[in-house]
Design a protein around this ligand. Structure first.
Ligand code: GUN
Ligand code: FE
Length: 479
């Protein structure tokens, strides 16, 4: 009986369905049928329209079936492998300087304001909702260093919350899948935004315990040493111990900016380069989510491949902070495919991975033109829109070690998905026009280059529809 109930709660979608299996292997089922059980898992997926036998087998009626309309399709939800939630408050400003100056001038002052929990609460609501409505069903967040903050309720009740805890609460409340990290910084930081080593480690343990106590399948803690210059070796190796003990992901920055790389060489003269600093302190392994990676040497890339560390490519940020251009084609050629996209808000000015995909393609074209004009032997071909979709979905899932759970629509995975509708705004507000010669591949490519969140008409995380369109308009009213 239980089984019957389980089956009758299944949802079936019929229409164009696309998902990646590798950078070059984007499969388009047109039409395809996908069935999601009441646990939010994919029960089956196949080419073609569902048969009556299939409905019978699962004891379903046509009520359970959603047939997509023309110019609609389904793809996996986006995975943002690198985003700084507190930096959303100044996103879209402050791109006049490079990374190190930008941290001092804008980032540290703005992040330090998150000791005020009510500011944290209202700001985190905005960034998380923005991220989700842009189609990010899984995000890997940096919060701030803060442990204690005071939240003043209108009835003058005061409750103390860790500002980073508030971010975990908000992500859970909107139904996004995510990792939340309390930032660690005990070195080379301004005196208004720095921790003592012991406090940093203790607060991290308290934070992990808190996130685990939320008992959520979707929201998990991640260790977050800001980057090597902000951390002593003692702090980094303490965090590595916690990672091993609790089996947690580690996220940090590496080789983003030339000045930064020089600084790391000077700070850690006994180590053989930036990657070695993390390796030496136990932070470079299969649990690592390493942002930027622009200036990794060939030897360091070999090391990344050997230990199976993940790479978060943040092209908008790399352009906006004039950091440099990561060569993803080179990574692919070297057999490194544990690569995803990060918005890096607010080093990057967009919270959308549609933007991330476009900028990853532009970055690859910059590299391509350089290698072409230098008449290099092995010209780096630009990324295709299909490869960009891989980076935004399955690649990101791999980086976060969630490949068994999300990233494409293989049977047994969670249904984290976007229903795309190119018909919205036909009254002239849409940025996409469809013509009669357009094939499904054209529609998908147009969405990658021209779409925006208005085209994301339904968002599913673990089979559950989140942020329905009426909630989205609510969001605007509240703002
Ligand atoms: N390196 C250290 N901190 C940061 C940060 O907040 N943003 C970026 N882009 N790079 C960093
Ligand atoms: Fe970053």
């Amino acid at each position: 009986k239980k089984i019957d109930n389980f089956k009758s709660n299944m949802k079936i979608f019929v229409g164009p369905i696309l998902h990646s299996f590798s950078p070059s292997d984007l499969r388009i089922l047109n039409p395809g049928t996908i069935a999601v059980n009441n646990l939010g898992k994919i029960e089956f997926v196949q080419e073609g329209v569902h048969s009556d036998q299939l409905l019978k087998k699962f004891n379903l009626t046509s009520e359970h079936v959603t047939v997509l309309k023309e110019n609609q399709f389904i793809l996996p939800g986006f995975v943002d492998t690198h985003i700084h939630a507190p930096q959303y408050v100044f996103t879209g400003t402050g791109y006049d300087v490079g990374l190190l100056e930008w941290l001092e001038k804008y980032t540290f002052p703005k992040e330090s304001e998150f000791k005020d929990s009510s500011h944290a609460h209202s700001s985190y609501q905005k960034v998380v909702k923005r991220s989700l409505r842009c189609g990010t069903t899984t995000a890997c967040y940096y919060a701030t260093i803060h442990l204690e903050g005071i939240y003043l309720f209108p009835n003058s009740l005061t409750v103390s919350f860790l500002a980073s805890k508030i971010l975990a609460n908000v992500v859970k409340s909107v139904g996004q899948r995510g990792f939340i990290g309390k930032v660690n910084m005990d070195n080379n930081s301004p005196d208004y935004y720095v921790e003592k080593t012991e406090d940093s480690l203790n607060d991290t343990s308290a934070f992990i315990e808190y996130v685990n106590s939320l008992n959520s399948d979707l929201v998990k803690p991640v260790l977050t040493p800001r980057f090597a210059p902000s951390c002593t070796s003692k702090l980094m190796s303490g965090l590595a111990d916690i990672s091993r003990e609790k089996n947690l992901l580690i996220q940090t920055h590496i080789s983003e900016n030339c000045g930064e790389c020089e600084w790391v060489k000077n700070l850690f003269p006994e180590q053989n380069g930036y990657a070695d600093v993390y390796k030496h302190n136990g932070l470079l392994n299969e649990k690592s989510v390493m942002a930027h990676c622009i200036y990794l040497t060939e030897e360091e890339r070999k090391l990344f491949k050997e230990v199976n560390a993940g790479i978060s490519h943040c092209p908008n940020s790399n352009f906006s902070l004039q950091s440099g251009v990561l060569n993803v084609r080179q990574l692919f050629r070297e057999g490194i495919t544990k690569v995803g996209l990060g918005t890096d808000v607010s080093g990057g000015y967009s919270a959308s991975l549609l933007d991330g995909m476009r900028q990853s393609i532009i970055a690859s074209k910059v590299i391509h033109m350089k290698s072409r004009d230098a008449a290099e032997e092995n010209i780096c071909e630009p990324l295709t829109f299909k490869e960009a979709i891989y980076l935004a979905t399955l690649g990101g899932a791999k980086v976060l070690n969630l490949e068994e759970k999300i990233g494409n629509f293989e049977v047994g995975k969670s249904f984290d998905a976007l229903l795309i509708d190119l018909n919205v705004g036909e009254n002239g507000t849409s940025t996409i026009d469809v013509f009669r010669h357009d094939k499904i591949e054209d529609l998908i490519e147009k969405f990658v280059y021209l779409g925006d969140d208005r085209n994301i008409s339904q968002i599913f995380v673990a089979g559950k529809q989140v942020m329905r369109s009426n909630e989205r308009s609510q969001q605007y009213l509240q703002q």
